[in-house]
Design a protein around this ligand. Structure first.
Ligand code: MF3
Ligand code: CO
Length: 249
C-alpha cells in the first residue's frame, strides 16, 4: 500500500528534508584532500542532532554510522572510517534525518579537488538523469515514466544503471512502498497520486551495472571496479508538479 501523507506529515517531512539538506551542505563544504570520511560523518551527525533530528541510518539493520560515504568504485553503503580522501576521488554521500518520526533521505556525489573529465561526466549524467526523470513526478503519471526516462538518459550517455538497489517510498519509515527502480517501461507501473512522497535515487556505473558487496557486509562496489555515482532527493507529488523536500530554502 502506498500511503498518502497528510499536511501535518508533509510539514514534518519538509523539516526532516531541510535538515538533511543542511547536513549535505556542511559535508560538501568540508570535502577536500586529506579529510577522513569519519570526520565527514561527525559533521553530518552534528548538524542533524543540533536541529532536533536523529541520523536515519545509524543502527538501521545494524548499520554502524550516521551517513554512508562511498568512494570511487563504491556504489552505496560505504562505512565512514579513518580512510582519507585524496585528490581525484569522487565521493558519494548519502544522508538521512528523522524529525518527529518522519524521514528525509538524499545523496550526492562530490569531486575531491580536480577529477578526471570522465569522472566529472559520470557525476553530471547521474545528477541530470534524476532531473530528467522527475519531470514526470506529478499526479496521474506512471512510475515507469520516471524509471524509463532515467535509464534512457543514462544509457544514451554510455553509462549503466544499477539494478540491485532502487529508490523507494518514504515517510514514517525510510523504506515504504513502492520500490522505484531506475530502469523500466514508460506507461507502466503505479499511477502517482497527490501527496505521495518518494525517494528517487539513480546509481550509475561507468562500466558494468553488476554489483558485489564487500566482506564488511555493507559496502556495495562495482564488479569491474570502475567508478559509480549516486544522486537522490526525497520529493512530494503534487497535482501538476513535485516539490523537492531535501533542498535548503
Ligand atoms: N539512503 C539509503 C536508502 O535509500 C539508506 C542507507 S542504508 C543504511 O536505502 F543502512 F545505511 F541506512
Ligand atoms: Co534512499
Amino acid at each position: 500500500m502506498i500511503t498518502i501523507k497528510s499536511e501535518r506529515e508533509i510539514d514534518l517531512m519538509r523539516r526532516a528534508g531541510k535538515v538533511t539538506a543542511l547536513a549535505h551542505q556542511a559535508v560538501a563544504e568540508n570535502i577536500r584532500p586529506g579529510i577522513m570520511t569519519l570526520e565527514l560523518d561527525k559533521i553530518a551527525e552534528e548538524v542533524i542532532r543540533s536541529h532536533d533530528c536523529t541520523p536515519a541510518f545509524l543502527h538501521y539493520q545494524g548499520y554502524p554510522a550516521s551517513v554512508c560515504i562511498s568512494i570511487n568504485e563504491e556504489i552505496v553503503h560505504g562505512i565512514p572510517s579513518t580512510r582519507v580522501l585524496k585528490e581525484g576521488d569522487i565521493v558519494s554521500v548519502d544522508i538521512g534525518a528523522i524529525y518527529k518520526g518522519y524521514f528525509g533521505d538524499a545523496a550526492n556525489t562530490y569531486p575531491v579537488g580536480a577529477v578526471s573529465a570522465e569522472a566529472q561526466r559520470l557525476i553530471d549524467v547521474t545528477k541530470q538523469s534524476f532531473w530528467q526523470g522527475v519531470e514526470y513526478a506529478k499526479a496521474g503519471a506512471r512510475l515507469g515514466d520516471i524509471s524509463h526516462t532515467i535509464q534512457a538518459y543514462v544509457e544514451a550517455n554510455g553509462f549503466s544503471i544499477v539494478r540491485d538497489y532502487v529508490g523507494h517510498g518514504i515517510g514514517s519509515a525510510m523504506h515504504e512502498s513502492p520500490s522505484i527502480p531506475n530502469y523500466g517501461t514508460a506507461g507502466r507501473g503505479v499511477v502517482l497520486r497527490e501527496n505521495m512522497t518518494l525517494a528517487i535515487e539513480p546509481m550509475v556505473n561507468q562500466g558494468t551495472h553488476e554489483v558485489r558487496v564487500l566482506d564488511d557486509g555493507w559496502t556495495a562496489v562495482t564488479l569491474d571496479n570502475k567508478l559509480s555515482a549516486h544522486y537522490e532527493h526525497t520529493l512530494l507529488i503534487k497535482s501538476d508538479t513535485y516539490e523537492i523536500l531535501t533542498m535548503g530554502h
